[in-house]
Design a protein around this ligand. Structure first.
Ligand code: NAD
Length: 257
């Protein structure tokens, strides 16, 4: 796959899936823009090292995906993009009655509204070029639900719906919009849930991973960030030119149950 000459913005990409996707896009030859809200020297080093490793242009731009104006400014500062990967996301686990309002608002803003803002900012440039790829990192929770994840499930279902509308508004213009729906991928976001789950179930790490976390993932194997990155690269390939407005599950069979 040759993405030479294409520029990809990957939101929330200084760790986890976003970084994995950025690496696979860079491996395929794309210039990449990394993002997070931290703006540390490590963030800039990460971009420099990634660029050197794959021989592409790589830069880091700070933007807080909980703020609409930051989302739009990210696309503007990058000079537009050919490939937009909406990946930034956070999680909070609590029953509906106890769910902190500020967590609900933050999850909806970062996991859902950010995709609206970045897409709105990126589409004019894609339309002008007659080529564009919008890849939204949704979740198995964009297609199915779990208790205690109301905001996350609502936001991810929203992302899937927004993806379909993006596809319809750009159909036939060389632009596609799709959502990747990963099951469990071992990243910092998932890693952070393990101690809580161990405490809740009184289990050791390995048992809680196999019996609780991967209980709904029939393969009983985590998906990898490389696999999510590879799926993104596929969606940017000519083979995927007519794939738009849909979801691709990378979930070890979770949504087949
Ligand atoms: P992670 O915590 O490793 O990474 C999240 C990224 O988002 C980080 O780079 C972080 O800096 C960034 N981020 C968080 N808040 C931000 C903000 N306000 N502004 C800018 N950046 C911000 O998590 P991850 O597991 O890699 O998750 C990435 C995406 O994949 C999320 O949308 C998540 O919902 C989705 N996802 C993850 C899994 C999984 O099992 N890990 C499964 C399905 C979907």
């Amino acid at each position: 796959m040759d993405l030479k000459g294409k520029t990809a913005i990957i939101t929330g990409s200084n760790s986890g899936i976003g970084l994995g996707v950025a690496r696979e896009l860079a491996r395929a030859g794309a210039d990449v823009v990394l993002n997070s809200f931290t703006d540390s020297s490590e963030d800039h080093d990460l971009a420099r090292e990634l660029g050197a490793e794959f021989g592409v242009s790589a830069r880091y731009i700070k933007a807080d995906m909980s703020k609409g104006e930051d989302c739009r400014a990210l696309v503007e500062e990058a000079g537009g993009c050919d490939i937009l990967v909406n990946n930034a996301g956070i999680q909070h686990v609590a029953g509906i009655e106890e769910f902190p309002v500020e967590k609900w608002n933050a999850i909806l803003a970062i996991n859902l509204s950010s995709a609206f803002h970045t897409t709105a900012a990126a589409l004019p440039g894609m339309r002008k070029k007659g080529w564009g790829r919008v890849v939204n990192i949704a979740s198995a929770h964009g297609l199915t639900a779990s208790p205690f994840k109301s905001a996350y499930v609502a936001a991810k279902h929203g992302v899937v719906g927004f993806t379909k509308v993006t596809a319809l508004e750009t159909a036939g213009q060389g632009i596609t919009a799709n959502a990747i729906c990963p099951g469990y991928v071992l990243t910092p976001l998932v890693e952070a849930q393990i101690p809580d789950q161990m405490k809740k179930h009184g289990m050791d790490r390995e048992t809680v991973i196999r019996e609780v976390m991967l209980e709904r993932q029939p393969s009983r194997q985590f998906a990898t960030v490389e696999q999510i990155g590879g799926t993104t690269v596929f969606l940017c390939s000519p083979a995927a030119d007519q794939i738009t407005g849909t979801t691709i599950s990378v979930d070890g069979g979770w949504t087949a149950l």
